[in-house]
Design a protein around this ligand. Structure first.
Ligand code: FAD
Length: 432
């Protein structure tokens, strides 16, 4: 049988490939860029002492079961370090630690939040009411017609509870502002962290550069898989109304089935016959500022930063290398590198006074303008599943219908879904 062809060497393409080779199929995967990983990648920075940096800090929660399954199958789950506590810093440097209260069972995270000094009694009471509504409403698709901002207004959440609780969690989880985030997703994300499986809220941080998850040494073990970098698929070839193959570098590559695991805005160029309409879709950016100091500026592994534009930092090298994250960073789109670094340092000093008296040895800014699709109200029903109108052609990618916002978890789920659809189709097509 001819191989199954995959376009796109991000997490979705790799998850799809893994499932297919485990089921006994030959797979050939084509990636446009000179390296794998897509939006979760890393690369060496020339002139920075050879440092390999991620295109952006990536984290996961313990409720990301498909992603963790993918890591387990690859044998790399130990590359993720999980943290039980969360740290919050206010301007001025006051530190609060959120320690989920395990004695509270399913309410462990809520009990931890309510013990934080960053909320007053009115905020806490409003959050408890809000969380009760989350529990009742999670999974209700009618919420997709509302923005999360509207939902919070309906549930009478005071400004500080919105800013320090709902926005803090959701901006990082969905990479979108509350007025552009569907309440279906907002409510579901909070439900997953607060009412999902025990310990679902635990924060996982990769301990290796993201490129390691796509390394030759890991993937060359699979004899049934051939991977190519720097080889974009130019066109999907259709013959007699069915998938025939890919055109790659003016060459025809025939396949038994094809999976497009590329970003949504690439689809129309590859296969106009699908007439996919993405006119209502848009992207949300993420900016990461990498700062190397000449000595440690913090002992914390990471912290959420309250009340300014920068939102989180993640520390490495004993606190002398910080990655500062700004999600949904639309207001920074037009700023140049110097403006971004200057602004970041000004704000960072308010939380970590040591930053003011320490030299920045190096700094680097990564602006990902289309980091994720915006999970806006009324979009959910338009996300396509893995099966297309063209027999033998399938879709993957974090933007397909996985029920998740654009995340590594969503990407892996989409890859698994696409692989299962391919397997079903090939078995049916060949009479079982
Ligand atoms: C800065 C940043 C921070 C993020 N932080 C987090 C986080 O903390 N936690 C989290 O869960 N998620 C995070 N995400 C989101 C996560 O990275 C994505 O949801 C996920 O990686 C998407 O994977 P994918 O395979 O669906 O798409 P992609 O990674 O975009 O992969 C698609 C691939 O297709 C390739 N391609 C495009 N056209 C062609 C073609 N014609 N032929 C062949 N190949 C082609 C692209 O080059 C790309 O490699 C973040 C994203 C960014 C950018």
């Amino acid at each position: 049988m001819r191989p199954v062809l995959i376009a796109g060497g991000g997490l979705a393409g790799h998850a799809c490939a893994l499932r297919l080779i485990e089921a006994g199929f030959e797979v050939e995967l084509f990636e446009l860029r000179p390296f794998f990983g897509g939006r979760a990648c890393s690369y060496r920075l020339p002139g920075y002492g050879g440092s390999e940096i991620d295109n952006g800090q990536h984290v996961l929660l313990a409720c990301c079961t498909a992603l963790l399954d993918f890591y387990r199958r690859l044998g790399v789950e130990h590359w993720i370090r999980f943290h039980d506590s969360y740290y919050f810093l206010e301007p001025g440097g006051r530190l609060s630690e959120l320690r989920p209260r395990k004695w509270a069972g399913p309410a462990a995270l809520m009990a931890g939040f309510l013990a934080l000094p960053i909320f007053d009694f009115r905020d806490k009471w409003a959050i408890v009411r809000g969380l009760a509504a989350v529990r009742r409403q999670a999974g209700d698709h009618r919420l997709d017609a509302l923005s999360m901002e509207q939902w919070l207004e309906r549930h009478a959440q005071p400004p500080r509870a919105v800013e320090r609780f709902w926005r803090l969690i959701l901006l990082s989880a969905a990479n979108e502002e509350l007025d552009r985030l569907s309440a279906y997703h907002g409510v579901r994300l909070i439900w997953l962290a607060f009412y999902g499986a025990p310990g679902a809220y635990r924060l996982g941080i990769p301990q290796v550069p993201l490129g390691s998850f796509f390394a030759e040494a890991l993937w060359n073990r699979y004899g049934r898989l051939r991977r190519h970098v720097g080889q974009p698929v130019d066109k999907v070839l259709i013959n007699g109304g069915r998938f025939h193959g890919f055109e790659v570098d003016r060459r025809v590559v025939e396949g038994s089935a094809g999976v497009l695991a590329v970003p949504y805005h690439r689809l129309a160029g590859l296969v106009p016959q699908l007439e996919a309409d993405f006119s209502e879709w848009s992207c949300s950016p993420i900016t990461n500022v990498h700062l190397w100091f000449d000595r440690p500026v913090t002992e914390l592994p990471f912290a959420a930063l309250l009340g300014r534009t920068i939102q989180w930092f993640f520390a490495e090298r004993g606190g002398s290398y910080l990655k500062v994250v700004i999600s949904a960073s639309r207001q920074w789109r037009t700023w140049n590198r110097e403006q971004i670094i200057q602004h970041t340092l000004e704000e960072l000093k308010e939380y970590l006074p040591a930053v003011g008296s320490t030299t920045v040895a190096q700094a680097h800014v990564v602006k990902e303008l289309c980091a994720t699709f915006s999970p806006m109200p009324n979009l959910e029903a338009r996300r396509p599943g893995p099966v297309t109108a063209i027999p033998g052609l399938f879709l993957g990618g974090d933007w397909t219908a996985t029920g998740w916002v654009a995340t590594m978890e969503g990407a892996v789920r989409s890859g698994y879904q696409a692989a299962e659809a391919v397997i079903r189709w090939l078995r049916a097509d060949r009479g079982g």
